[in-house]
Every structure is written in C-alpha cells, then in structure tokens.
Design a protein around this ligand. Structure first.
Ligand code: HEM
Length: 525
C-alpha cells in the first residue's frame, strides 16, 4: 500500500513538473533547443564525460544559436549571441551566480567566485587591490623562479626527442606558482606530484566540477549517499587542514613581528616568507574589522581554485598551437631576441614582458580558440527581457563564451590560428568590439586575476621558447594551412578521422584536453 501511494505521488509530481516545464518552454518560445525527455530533460544528451558535453554544446550552437537546455528540471538558456552576452555581462542586475556554483560551497565556502549580493560587493572591493602593479612585481619573482625550475624539468623529460604530455607537467608548475603566491610557502608539486595535498586538490576540483552538470549528484543531500562522496570529504579534510595550518602560522608570525617592532628588535629578513595574497587578506578589513580565519580561508582557496587550472589550460593550448604552427613560433622567438638581446638565458624583466606585443596576440588568439573558461553561468532572479527576448525568473543563463570565438561574422575562417587578427584593424578597416571575444569575461564580474594570468603566461612562454623549439608529437601533425584540426565543430566528422594525438577537448568549468597535450622539444643551440 505504502509503495502504491509512493508511486502515485511520484506520478503526480512528474505530471506537475512536466506541466511547469511546458509553461516555461512557452515563455521562452523565442529560443529553440534539442528535444527534451520527461524527468531528465536533456540530461541524457550531456553525455557521460566532459568531452561529450563540449561536443553537445557546439553541435547545438551551430544548429540553434541561443538554445534551451534542461538539466533535469533545471531550466537553462545557453547564450551564444554576442549582443546578448554583452548585455548580460554589462548588466548590474545580472551579477548573481547561478546555483550551479553551489557545488563549490563545501570546498570554497563563499569566496569571490561564488558569493553574491552585498557579500560579493564587499569582497570584490577588498580583493581588487591585491592585483596592484607593485604586488604583481612580487608575484613575478615567484613566477620566474618556478618557471626556471620547470624549464630544467622539461629538459630532462624531452631528452632524445621523446614525446611527452605537456599538460600534465604544466599543471604542477601552475600549482606551485599559485600556492606560493597565495600562501607564501612552496608546496613543490613539480618535485612531489603525488603528495597528499596535490592529490587531494586534484580530486576535489574534479569531483566538484563534474557534479555541476549532473542533475542528481548536484544535490549534496543526495550526493552523500554516493561512495565517492566519502573520498571527497577525506580530501577536503586534507586540503583544509593544510591551508588553515598555514593561516595559523602566518597569523602567529605577524603577531611576533608586531611585538618585535614594538620592542625595536630588528627582524631576521632572510627567514621571512615572501609577501603573498594571504598577507593582503590578513591586513584587509571589511567594515572596519579584520577578516575571520574562515573568511581568509575562503578567499585564499578561491584564489587557488580560480587561478590554477585556468592558467594551466592557457599555457597548454598555447604550446600545442605553437608546436603545430611553426611560422607563428618563429615570430614569437624573434620578438624575444629583439627584446631580450644577446643573453637569452636571463629572466625577462617586468617591463620587457609588457613590451612583448606579439606574445600578447598569441595569448588572445589561443584564448579565442581554446578559452580556459568556456562557459559562465548567471541566475535570473526576476522576469527580465534581454534584447527583446523574455527570460522567466528561475532560468539559468549559460554564457557560452567559447562560441564567440567561432562566430564567422567576427572571426572569418575561425578554425585558422592567426594571432595577427588581434593586431588592430581588420581587413575592412573596422576595429574589434571588445565583446566579440571575452575569455576573461567582462563587466562587474570580470576576471579579477587577468593581469596576474597574463604575467604568468608571458613569463613561462618567454622562458620556454628561448630554450626550446616546440615540435608536434609527429612531424606530420604540423599545420600546413594554418588551421587547427579538431574533434568538435562542423569539421568533426569530415575527412579522415583525427589522429590519436589530436586533443580531445573536454570541459566542465575549465577547458582541457582529455588525452593530454603531446609534444616534443628540441633544445636551441
Ligand atoms: C588564463 C587565465 C584565466 C582566465 C581565462 C580566466 C577567466 C575568468 C572568467 C571567464 C571569469 C568569470 C567567471 C564567471 O563569471 O563565472 C573569471 C573570474 C574570476 N577569476 Fe579568472 N581567469 C584566469 C585566471 C585567473 C587567475 C590567475 C586568478 C587569480 C589569481 C583568477 C581569479 C578570478 C576570480 C577571483 C574570479 C571571480 C571574480 C568575481 O566573480 O568577481 N583568474 N576568470
């Protein structure tokens, strides 16, 4: 009897929800989308892996432009139109993150990436000065020393023209840079890639992000019943213990320093850790009070989360593109010779990096083709209209930033890697609208770490390119016509099947190659 009642209740619930879905679909009639199934919506089409997800998004973008996407009963509109993306990013009332980001809460609490309303406003105001020019100069020292160490590791790995996975290696470099600039202490992931902390962080990131597009696991109350949830909590303990421990130590050290200042005893500078983002947080105030340990934890872990995989993705794809497009690589190298001069082994200064304009264009073109963050999400809290399109309250807007780079009106021949696109005027003498490509997002919730990311990218690529020629895994993979070969987009099923060394793009929050970024290096004489 009980089961019968339960079954009936489930049927009534599904009918009620399907009627509600139908009403929402009518309201969003201006936007079509792939066919929806009862209960799961488009859940079955999102695929089992992050690779399937990206393919699905691309196929639907080419078919529909903006499109409806139902993750179970969660309504989403995927926005691909650049005028609509511009409208949303510039709007001061659409700054609220969607509930997809709630999966980050058990890890990051409510840091800058996933906080909303007045909390986000306060934090944003407090954190923006952490990326001031003078602080970036301190971070640059850390970037240089780690990039130097990385180049030595590459040298050993690439010996004898061996093929290796650059993406895997650079992951540990960006982790080292991120942890040292965030907390002032090195974690040596490049030397100890299997340390407990590194493994815990990787597990947490993968686990949280995969749940975003899973209508069942997204709900933490349901997720608790999955065995993998236990592993997640164990990894969270390792991660949190580590960070809180450093915060504690740093707080004690500051107290000791202050008391030394009081008694005018000179401190021992050599024993002091480097200035880090954590120090800025320890000195910061919100409404006249210092931050609590929990608030500091939230922002330090957010800094690490937002800045690691993103820079690792940009570096990996830039190296992949340079390995296949040797003409572009030659120009990058020539720019280095011009700016650095004869001693190509030395570190580039802050000023010299800012003069590397061709490298800037390479970064922009890399992020157009392979944006580190292909998708961002916003919550619609009230019924609104976007460029005369009605969007009902409760919808999530998924801004498919990656689709912008493939809009042929703005980027003709979009599958061609051509950094000169960003040199200024187009062939028809028109200039680019900055909203035609926004890898760092734009408007009030844009990337606060953009300058940091550009600095790190240029520091690392400048060092690699001066030391090595970057070669494709096999000579045949060189691009003859400047185009990229892809597993996605309209060329996906055309011609011969892609080689096993072609990147299989996968995304959840950041873009990766599911089968690595395979290259070879040849040391320059
Ligand atoms: C190539 C590197 C990077 C790219 C492409 C990138 C891209 C983005 C994008 C698209 C957003 C907007 C996300 C959204 O609206 O949901 C964002 C936000 C953010 N990024 Fe980055 N990012 C990069 C590197 C970094 C670095 C290195 C840091 C920190 C050191 C950082 C910190 C942040 C933070 C804290 C936010 C949230 C800002 C807010 O909501 O107010 N990012 N980033």
């Amino acid at each position: 009897m009980f089961l019968l009642l339960l079954g009936l209740a489930a049927i009534v619930f599904v009918i009620y929800k399907e009627l509600w879905r139908w009403r929402m679909q009518q309201k969003m009639g201006h936007t079509q989308g792939p066919r929806v199934l009862p209960v799961v919506g488009n859940g079955h089409q999102l695929g089992k892996s992050p690779e399937d997800l990206l393919n699905f998004l691309f196929d639907s973008f080419y078919k529909y432009g903006n499109f409806q996407l139902w993750i179970g009963y969660y309504p989403n509109i995927v926005i691909t139109d650049n005028k609509d993306i511009e409208y949303i990013l510039c709007s001061n009332s659409l700054t609220e993150k969607s509930d997809m980001y709630d999966v980050l809460q058990i890890w990051l609490g409510e840091g800058l990436v996933n906080s909303n309303g007045s909390k986000w406003h306060q934090r944003r105001k407090m954190i923006t000065p952490s990326f001031h020019f003078k602080i970036l100069q301190d971070f640059h020292v850390v970037m240089n020393s780690n990039a130097g160490k990385f180049v030595e590791k590459l040298r050993a790995r690439a010996e004898g023209g061996r093929i290796f996975d650059f993406q895997k290696m650079v992951h540990n470099l960006t982790l080292d840079i991120m942890c040292e600039t965030a907390m002032g202490v090195p974690i040596n992931a490049m030397d100890n890639p299997n340390s407990e902390f590194v493994k815990a962080l990787d597990l947490i990131a993968e686990n949280c992000l995969l749940r975003m597009f899973n209508p069942i696991k997204r709900n933490l109350d349901i997720y608790r019943f999955f065995p993998e949830c236990k592993r997640l909590y164990r990894a969270l303990d390792v991660f949190k213990d580590f960070i809180y421990n450093i915060i504690e130590k740093r707080m004690k050290m500051r107290l000791a320093e202050n008391s030394q200042l009081d008694s005018a005893i000179p401190s021992d500078d050599s024993a002091k850790p480097r200035h880090a983002f954590l120090d800025t947080m320890l000195s910061a105030t919100i409404e006249g009070r210092s931050l609590t340990r929990e608030e500091i934890y939230e922002e330090v872990s957010t800094f690490m989360f937002a800045g690691q995989d993103t820079t690792s993705s940009a570096l990996s794809f830039a190296v992949l593109l340079l390995s296949r497009h040797l003409e572009v690589q030659k120009k990058v190298y020539e720019e280095q010779q011009l700016i650095i001069g004869d001693d190509l082994k030395r570190d580039a200064t802050f000023q010299e990096l800012s003069e590397m304009k061709y490298l800037d264009m390479v970064l922009k073109e890399t992020l157009r083709i392979y944006p580190s963050v292909p998708l961002v999400a916003r919550a619609v809290k009230e019924d609104i209209e976007i460029n005369n399109k009605f969007i009902p309250k409760g919808t999530t807007l998924l801004l498919f930033l990656m689709s912008l780079g493939y809009n042929e009106d703005n980027f003709p021949d979009p599958y061609r890697f051509d950094p000169e696109r960003f040199s200024g005027l187009r062939e028809d003498q028109s200039t680019y609208n900055p909203f035609e490509c926004v890898p760092f997002s734009a408007g009030p919730r844009n990337c606060v770490g953009q300058k940091y990311a550009i600095l790190e990218f240029k520091t690392v690529i400048s060092k690699i390119i001066r030391k090595f020629e970057i070669l494709p895994a096999l000579d045949d993979l060189k691009s003859e016509d400047g185009r990229i070969s892809t597993y996605f987009g309209p060329h996906k099923n055309v011609g011969t099947p892609p080689h096993k060394y072609e990147p299989k793009l996968a995304t959840v929050l950041t873009l990766k190659s599911a089968n690595g970024v395979l290259i070879r290096l040849r040391e320059r004489k």
